[in-house]
Design a protein around this ligand. Structure first.
Ligand code: AMP
Ligand code: FES
Ligand code: ZN
Ligand code: ZN
Length: 312
């Protein structure tokens, strides 16, 4: 395999682009893929104050590294969910912390057990919910809260093309129109003074993110969350990879042709775009009098919602 650009020894084949690249040109190419996403979807600018949600995994750390190298003003946020199996949360935090030190950027850390006296799996158990659903509500809440309190312009996450295409497949299969309205790589602020939400890795695959980390010597948590075993999203990813093997580029076409036509789904959802209420307890925009986060954590009006966080 030879590099398409310099004919040197290729380190990665990219059949969906009908090419292979050497280490140096793959590195350039990754930076260009992220720049392309940022520019094409008008995600943010060099003046933006960017909050990167980092899980300690390959995608979000690769993303943070690329944004720093491209000259963006990007701080990190790690949410410790208190998952003790496999030492998952504490180990992930360690990867996030040491990466923040390496790039010399600020890392906000929210510790769920410290803030609420209970970890995500414990809370999920008491509420008879799946850990992943309690986890999703809680992560979303704190990402929004830190972005609002610290005046960030945009929250970026490490969702890649595999994540986006798998979510799309699941939503199409069950025709979840409300979710189909929200699958774009960038959601602008709902109101002025608010923050947008961006996924600058949408042009990159999981494999490409892993190879990037390997090449740059970025250590990351290799194990999966113990609660993700058997998740339907993994099944959709597996199916899409099988399709991709026989039809290189299918994943890209599936997701980006949808993005091109997303207004078809958004038109249907337009009237309901803005949550009409404010949570009586925490003041966040909400569809109900009490938001899903405050219901999950049983925060009554006297309940003290602290939002302690460390800053590196
Ligand atoms: P996941 O939902 O686990 O596939 O993660 C998707 C993205 O959400 C990651 O790429 C991160 O940007 C962000 N994320 C996931 N877990 C955390 C966490 N514990 N703290 C901060 N951000 C996270
Ligand atoms: Fe949230 Fe696994 S990361 S339950
Ligand atoms: Zn080359
Ligand atoms: Zn609330």
């Amino acid at each position: 395999m030879k590099c398409r650009i310099c004919a040197g020894k290729a380190i990665i084949g990219l059949p969906q682009h009908n090419m292979a690249l050497c280490a140096e040109h793959f590195d350039n190419w990754m930076l260009k893929r992220v720049s392309k996403a940022v520019d094409e979807f008008k995600m943010f600018s060099k003046k933006s104050n960017i909050l990167v949600a980092v899980s300690g995994g390959k995608d979000s750390l690769a993303l943070w590294d690329i944004l720093v190298r491209l000259g963006y003003n990007a701080s990190g946020l790690y949410i410790n969910l208190g998952i003790e199996e496999d030492d998952y949360s504490d180990e992930s935090e360690e990867f996030a912390r040491s990466f923040a030190e390496r790039v010399g950027r600020k890392l906000y850390i929210v510790d769920i057990e410290e803030n609420h006296g209970m970890s995500i799996p414990e809370k999920a158990y008491t509420k008879r919910r799946k850990p992943c659903s309690a986890c999703g509500v809680t992560k979303r809440y704190y990402m929004n809260k830190i972005a609002r309190n610290e005046s960030f312009d945009v929250i970026v996450t490490g969702h890649n093309l595999d994540d986006q295409a798998a979510a799309l497949l699941g939503n199409v299969l069950y025709w979840k129109i409300d979710y189909l309205a929200k699958g774009a790589p960038y959601s602008p602020p709902i109101e002025s003074g608010q923050f947008g939400k961006a996924k600058p890795l949408v042009f990159c695959t999981e494999k490409e993110d892993a190879v990037y980390c390997l090449l740059k010597g970025i250590p990351y948590i290799q194990k999966e969350c113990p609660y993700s075993k058997g998740a339907t999203s993994l099944r959709w990813k597996h199916i899409l990879n099988e399709i991709e093997e026989n039809s290189p580029g299918a994943k890209h076409a599936f997701y980006f042709d949808y993005v091109r036509n997303i207004d078809l789904f958004q038109a249907k959802e337009k009237e309901e775009e803005l949550p009409p209420l404010t949570c009586e307890i925490c003041g966040a925009p909400s569809w109900n009098y009490v938001c899903s986060f405050c219901r999950l954590w049983d925060l009554d009006k006297r309940g003290n919602l602290s939002c302690d966080m460390d800053q590196n």
